[in-house]
Design a protein around this ligand. Structure first.
Ligand SMILES: [Mg+2]
Length: 255
């Protein structure tokens, strides 16, 4: 099916639709310095316009909520979900996941240890309730970063997740982009769209599969790139070239 036919349900059933996007690699091009990532020009205002048209627009990311709010400061109609569901802002209400708060101190201690004693070439990004260990700058240190993360997880009770050119340590809470998407979908009755580009998005694509099996119209958009795993590409109803094409889709949905 072509792009406009795939997007059609989001025009005809706009008021009941949920439209959700990953941030990095989907709305924002991947850049060397994670702090410098920024959405494609025009994407933020188009998402705000789209939020006025559809049931809900959400950005669901592994980034902390604070980071996402740089682009969507209040007042904003866009739902923000940070740290894979550990933090969110919906209809102006900010909330932590109820079991997450106790892990802030564990995570901050570990960030300090990672900076002092982690492998050379590993970049440490503390995110409040979770921590990301990057090897993007030095892909050769991936094995030692993974090994360090596994040992840290064993010592702290945090759990390890793979992400793009990085490893993340999270509180052991059963929350990911899939549970987030399921919950948000429950607030609406119409079609559900999710766009993402990396392994952290797999649970969201699984959730779309579950919704589709239950008879819900869904659209899985995979943003292609050199680092996109083939397992993810196979999930795509629509494979797009990069964040520029995602922005173009947002613009066309926003009308
Ligand atoms: Mg991404």
């Amino acid at each position: 099916m072509d792009r406009s036919s795939l997007l059609e349900p989001f025009h005809t059933h706009a008021a009941d639709a949920l439209v959700a996007f990953d941030f990095d690699g989907t709305l924002a091009p991947i850049v060397e310095d994670p702090d410098a990532a920024s959405p494609m020009a025009g994407a933020v205002s188009a998402l705000e316009r789209l939020a006025a048209r559809v049931g809900e627009v959400a950005v669901v990311s592994g980034r902390p909520l604070d980071f996402l709010e740089r682009w969507f400061p209040e007042p904003s109609a866009v739902t923000l979900v940070g740290l894979y569901g550990l933090e969110s802002r919906r209809q102006g209400d900010r909330a932590d996941h109820p079991s997450a708060g106790v892990w802030r101190e564990v995570v901050s201690d570990l960030a300090e240890r990672a900076r002092r004693h982690g492998p050379d070439g590993m970049d440490v990004e503390p995110k409040g309730l979770s921590i990301t260990l990057h090897y993007r700058r030095r892909p050769d240190v991936e094995p030692s970063v993974r090994d360090w993360a596994e040992r840290a997880a064993g010592a702290t009770g945090l759990s390890v997740r793979s992400a793009k050119m990085s490893v993340e340590l999270h509180p052991p809470i059963d929350e990911d982009k899939g549970t987030v998407l399921h919950r948000l979908a429950g607030f609406h009755t119409g079609p559900v769209l999710f766009a993402g580009d990396d392994v952290g998005d797999v649970p969201a694509f699984d959730a779309l599969g579950g919704l589709a099996a239950a008879g819900r119209p869904v659209l899985a958009i995979v943003v292609d790139g050199p680092e996109v795993p083939s397992t993810l590409r196979r999930r795509a109803d629509l494979l797009v070239d990069g964040p520029a094409e995602v922005a173009d889709i947002v613009l066309s949905l926003a009308g």
